[in-house]
Write a protein that binds this ligand. Structure first.
Ligand code: 48H
Length: 259
């Protein structure tokens, strides 16, 4: 019979609470906060952490990966178009050329490798935590206001729970179609977003990467949030531009940080 090391219930609780709190305290002020742990947010986090940028990813779901677990139509094969297969290669994701310049990979394998690479690079993660608002100092996004995801699911009379704030030099909106961070600024009349355009694969991917930029002082957009912000066509179930946009967002952030 296998014998496990002895540990009491309280020791286990102490281990969880102490380690979580230590990391959380360290993350209340970071260089970059990425809201959304889908493909664009994860790759941006990986690239920044690999360059010693202090980076925190906030994800409202329990699981990371966003739409990257599935290709399309609930089918777990991903497609990317050249040149984005180079990112799959970097992540060690097996892929095959289905037709000239169009590559296919297993979504669970690609997604889990991307998550692991992001964690291995040193990005910190807060899951089950949702964006509630932005911190705005002198017309510059300077952090985020967060609350536990579960709070929003409870009736207001039960869960009147004030959120808390985290500060950062830059925030990246990687919340996909929702463009949740950008929408907080729109709600205040600070900018106007165009909303995602109709499907046009051939135009969409280049445009998303090209428009990945600082959309408002202190706020960079990446992934499908770029389409929503700039009114660009969508690409449907192909992910190359999500990966390349995440990389570009990291580059834009790195240059802004002037590290
Ligand atoms: C915390 C939040 C909040 C919030 C959302 O949707 P994603 O996978 O986003 P991208 O842009 O990295 O990738 C988009 C891709 O999956 C896709 O949908 C494509 C290519 N569509 C093309 C088309 O034409 O339809 O991930 C976003 C993540 C998710 O995990 C959300 O749970 C999370 O952001 N999120 N996290 N607070 N307010 N809003």
């Amino acid at each position: 019979m296998i014998e496990f090391s002895p540990a009491s219930e309280s020791q286990i609780t102490r281990a969880i609470v102490t380690e979580y709190t230590k990391e959380f305290v360290d993350c209340v002020k970071t260089d970059v906060i990425i809201v959304g742990g889908g493909p664009s947010g994860l790759i941006a986090g990986k690239e920044l952490a690999a360059r010693d940028v202090k980076v925190l990813i906030i994800e409202r779901n329990n699981y990371l990966g966003g739409g990257f677990w599935l290709g399309g139509f609930l089918m777990n094969k991903l497609t990317v178009r050249s040149p984005a297969e180079s990112v799959l290669a970097e992540l060690g994701v097996p892929h095959k050329e289905y037709s000239k310049g169009l590559y296919v990979a297993d979504a669970p394998q690609a997604c889990s490798k991307l998550i692991a690479a992001t964690c291995d690079a040193g990005a910190k993660i807060l899951n089950m935590v949702a964006l509630d608002d932005v911190v705005l100092h002198n017309d510059k996004v300077s952090g985020v206001v967060i609350n536990w995801t579960a709070v929003a699911a409870l009736p207001r009379e039960v869960a009147c729970v004030d959120p808390i704030s985290l500060e950062s030099e830059l925030v990246i909106d990687a919340t996909g179609h929702d463009a949740s961070v950008v929408k907080k600024l729109e709600e205040r009349g600070l900018l106007k977003i165009k909303g995602q355009g109709a499907m046009w694969v051939d135009r969409s991917e280049e445009l998303v990467v090209e428009h990945t930029s600082e959309f408002y002082p202190g706020l960079i957009v990446t992934g499908m949030a770029v389409s929503a912000a700039y009114g660009l066509p969508r690409m449907g179930p192909t992910f190359g531009s999500m990966l390349m946009s995440g990389k570009k967002a990291a580059e834009v952030a790195f240059e802004k940080l002037e590290l």
